[in-house]
Design a protein around this ligand. Sequence first.
Ligand SMILES: Nc1ncnc2c1ncn2[C@@H]1O[C@H](COP(=O)(O)OP(=O)(O)OP(=O)(O)O)[C@@H](O)[C@H]1O
Length: 278
Amino acid sequence: MPVLTGASGAQAAVGGPALRCTDIQRSFGGVQALKGVSFDLQQGEIFGLVGPNGSGKTTMVNVATGFYPPNQGRVALFGEDITGWSPHRIARHGVARTFQNLALFKGMSVLDNILVGRHIHMRPSALATLFYWVAAVREEVAHRRVVEEIIDFMQLQDIRYEPVEIVPLGMQKRVELARALAAEPRLLILDEPMAGMNQEEKEYIARFVLDARVERDLSVLVIEHHMDVVTAICDRVLVLSEGAPLAQGKPREAMADPAVVAAYLGQGATAGPARASA
Ligand SMILES: Nc1ncnc2c1ncn2[C@@H]1O[C@H](COP(=O)(O)OP(=O)(O)OP(=O)(O)O)[C@@H](O)[C@H]1O
């Protein structure tokens, strides 16, 4: 059954929060991008961040992943306070993300781009490689095995040796998701993973996310504008507007909240729930 037109793939969440954001505030000069945002993303949950353009979704993700420290508020990952940590340190603690604008390495093959996702598990030491090259080769083989398995999972076998820049946009999005999975994260953060995709490509990504949650024991935070995707894959959503939380709950209920409808209407018909069947 197609994911986006069938029953919700949502499952009940179990355990404590994978990500807890408490009273997050963040400004850029005079622009208050986040005005006290709080939410818990439970382990095993697919949690959506939605809202009109400029409502603070990407800023929230950048705060959670250490790209921007918050001006106020705390971020906790699996119970550990990570406020102010660097992106690299947060990545090592099990967070992988994709970006709104693709961040792939042109000139490298699809396979090598995915292999980059393994870097946080690599132990680069020239000395160790020189004297313990057997171990280094063994490590390289192990990384390649993980990558090959992800290439199979994401159905990228046919394009694995292609330079990434000649691959169609929908496939590039899939490669970026594969690279994030290669990091073997506990929390996966996706910033508009289906932007620019046709219906079939959206179906693929939705299915990969649902399968990855189960097979890879993932918690997922996703920013997405396509409301059919949000209602199909998200257990819960937080709706932001102008940096403030408007509603939180199951997708259909949160999107039906009068304050949410009003916020989207203020943005014009193309920005909001009107795209539900896009
Ligand atoms: N680095 C920055 N410098 C200055 N202003 C910024 C910066 N990043 C975000 N902003 C501002 O913060 C506000 C929230 O932006 P943000 O990108 O987080 O929104 P968004 O909900 O992700 O939007 P979209 O759906 O269009 O991607 C906007 O007014 C934006 O212009």
